[in-house]
Design a protein around this ligand. Structure first.
Ligand SMILES: NC(=O)c1ccc[n+]([C@@H]2O[C@H](COP(=O)([O-])OP(=O)(O)OC[C@H]3O[C@@H](n4cnc5c(N)ncnc54)[C@H](OP(=O)(O)O)[C@@H]3O)[C@@H](O)[C@H]2O)c1
Length: 279
């Protein structure tokens, strides 16, 4: 089984650079899909309260026979729970649903700059959670530079990670550089743009040149750039394919050819315009 490299977060916690994402996996399929990923060798699972499948992720970890400490699990604070007390309760509920006594990483899912609870207040609740020792690391998701700068100015603990949309059509090099400058690890969500980049002629060309699949070269591009990725798939063969990234390398030219595809195209919402709260 390949060894997945780890990245050391700014508080010393180690996170596997490759994980398995469970967004849009139906709860009734999540246990099986997560178990398959753990069997293949993934040791990092990315879920969220919003995905409605934390219970099944927790069940899969227990059923895998692995120790809890062998699997890095991330979850995220849902949008309706940004006020302090609601955030503390939502974290407790995520632990109950997962059946865990701690999370490896807990994230604020979206900044929601237009709602009446300021994300700075939410981050202060995240700091309380971190200080309780039940989240080994805390971070944010979908934060832009100006959101992060407010946290730096008004709170005490620096986010360990920023999880944002990144793929060859949205390379986010400025935000990645900003994160790096401030010791924040960048996680790339939708790393293959939900499949959209896989027919791109440049990706297909690089894949043919190195004798790998379009998904593998796209994921390898992320790995060589230093980002953390967790592709989602309910298809066993793809779960295996997406894990086989550590026995080949892309050249500088290959990396440049893929990065040149960047044209700032999002598949998801712009965080500054997204204020959705589930009903
Ligand atoms: N923080 C956030 O706001 C946020 C937002 C979105 C996602 N995320 C996280 O990021 C993870 C990954 O993003 P994502 O699920 O949106 O998209 P993704 O991983 O970029 O793509 C998943 C899609 O690609 C297909 N696929 C996977 N591997 C493939 C392969 N080797 N060849 C061809 N097709 C393949 C999957 O199909 P099948 O499943 O049918 O095989 C699925 O339709 C999520 O699961 C979640 O954990 C976070």
């Amino acid at each position: 089984m390949a060894t997945v490299p780890t990245i050391t977060l700014n508080n010393g916690v180690e996170i596997p650079q490759l994980g398995f994402g469970v967004f849009q996996i139906k709860p009734e399929e999540t246990r099986e899909a997560t178990l398959a990923a753990l069997e293949v060798g993934y040791r990092h699972i990315d879920t969220a309260e919003m995905y409605g499948n934390e219970k099944e992720v927790g069940q899969a970890v227990r059923d895998s026979g692995l120790d809890r400490g062998e699997v890095f699990v991330t979850s995220k604070l849902n949008n309706g729970f940004h006020a302090r007390d609601a955030a503390l309760r939502a974290f407790d509920q995520s632990l109950i649903d997962l059946g865990f006594d701690h999370l490896d990483l807990f994230l604020v899912h979206w900044p929601l700059p237009g709602i009446d609870v300021d994300y700075v207040e939410t981050w202060k609740a995240m700091e309380e959670i971190y200080r309780s020792g039940r989240a080994k690391a805390i971070g944010v998701s979908n934060f832009k530079e100006h959101h992060l700068r407010r946290l730096f100015g008004e709170t005490e603990i620096r986010p360990a990670v920023n999880q944002v949309e990144i793929h060859p059509y949205l390379a986010q090099d400025e935000l990645r550089a900003f994160d790096a400058e401030h010791q924040i690890a960048t996680e790339a969500w939708s790393p293959i743009a939900q499949g959209k980049v896989l027919d791109d002629p440049a990706i297909v060309r690089v894949a043919e040149r190195v004798g790998r699949t379009p998904a593998q070269v796209t994921l390898r591009w992320h790995i060589q750039r230093g980002d953390i990725v967790f592709p989602k798939s309910v298809t066993r063969s793809r779960v295996e394919e997406n894990f086989a990234l550590f026995d080949f390398e892309l050249s500088e030219g290959d990396l440049r050819e893929i990065t040149a595809l960047d044209h700032n195209e999002r598949t998801g919402p712009d965080p500054d315009a997204f204020n959705y709260i589930p009903g």
